[in-house]
Ligand binder design. Structure first.
Ligand code: FDA
Length: 300
């Protein structure tokens, strides 16, 4: 029943007033401007959280726009340093021009990486849908040759992630492990939720046994508990991992409990003018997210 409701809600969203969608999106997006998002980061830092900032946007089609995005990210590293915030940056390759061509994206990535290097900061390269996986991992490997503080994302729903992880671990690796948010075909991606969790834990074990640093990105409280069990079983020190969640997702006090256990918790803080289009696209790609939004609306 939930799935039908979710699909209905997604279909209705474009017809709802933008302000109404904004009421819901506000919880998940840290404002339209750098200044607002930096304030949110400062507040999260004061509560003990690390952060990663993302300027909303993807699938840029013009060279000018892609280069403006790179400039904006470079400026953001300077702002973070100037304000002394505990924040790094996450970005989507298609926001830097990957849909135009690999070289454009690579050029723009180097501009962002130079700013990361100038300020001694880290860059996370988000993973988009499977059409981009090979190119994104190629770009990551090239970036790593220039600057060590860069890391990719692997998606537990993809069958290929096991081999990708094995290959990436031939160099020092700091990666984010998530379930995966895009709709992918059964030929390449696990569809069953329990089986995705099993693969998530198998990848986590593989990463810990192989010496990678893992950003354990999930809101799934059971999965977090199983990850904690694995950390205990393998006796993994807190310097080898962190937990990550998206800004605004209700976590029932679990984040504070993780901080109290001396674990690092990083909150992904998206912001920017394109919050509306972004939210709609996200919801269309994954109608289940609409269910979260609906429950949120009902709670109000
Ligand atoms: P699951 O979907 O089982 O959700 C667990 C519970 O969390 C749900 O029952 C719900 O209550 C709540 N919840 C989850 N997402 C929510 C949301 N958006 N709003 C409100 N409540 C929500 N994916 C990808 O393909 N590439 C990437 O680069 C990233 N990057 C990334 C960074 C970070 C920090 C996180 C936390 C997630 C990502 N993801 C991602 C998304 C990820 O792949 C996955 O789709 C979502 O996190 C949802 O899966 P969960 O692991 O949270 O479990």
């Amino acid at each position: 029943m939930y799935q039908g409701l979710n699909r209905f809600l997604v279909a209705s969203l474009p017809y709802l007033p933008k302000a109404l969608v904004g009421l819901v999106a506000r919880r998940y997006v840290a404002g339209e401007t750098d200044a607002k998002a930096l304030n949110v980061v400062r507040e999260l830092n004061s509560r003990g959280f690390e952060t990663t900032m993302d300027i909303l946007g993807e699938h840029v089609e013009s060279l000018e726009e892609a280069s403006a995005v790179a400039e904006a990210y470079a400026g953001l590293y300077q702002d973070i340093a100037r304000m002394g915030l505990r924040a790094n940056i996450s970005l989507k390759p298609s926001h830097l021009g990957l849909d135009i061509d690999l070289e454009t994206c690579e050029r723009n990535l180097y501009q962002v990486l130079n700013a990361a290097a100038d300020t001694g900061n880290f860059l996370r390269i988000d993973m988009e849908n499977s059409a981009h996986t090979d190119d994104t991992l190629t770009l990551y490997r090239r970036c790593l040759e220039h600057y060590p503080q860069v890391g990719p994302v692997l998606q537990a729903y993809l069958y290929r992630s096991r081999d990708d992880l094995a290959g990436l671990m031939s160099s020092p690796l700091n990666f984010r492990l998530c379930k995966g948010i895009y709709r992918e075909s059964p030929e390449i991606a696990i569809q069953d939720r329990a089986a995705i969790n099993d693969n998530y834990l198998a990848l986590l074990r593989q990463a810990f046994e192989g010496n990678a640093y893992v950003a354990i990105a999930t809101h799934d409280l059971s999965l977090i508990a199983w990850a904690e069990e694995l950390i205990g079983e393998l006796n993994i020190p807190p310097s080898r991992f962190e937990f990550q969640v998206l800004y605004g997702v209700p976590m029932e006090g679990k984040l504070e409990a993780l901080l109290a256990a001396d674990y690092k918790v990083r909150i992904y803080v998206p912001f920017g003018e394109t919050w509306y289009d972004y939210s709609l696209r996200r919801l269309k790609e994954n109608p289940n997210l609409a269910g979260y939004v609906l429950r949120n609306l009902l709670r109000r």
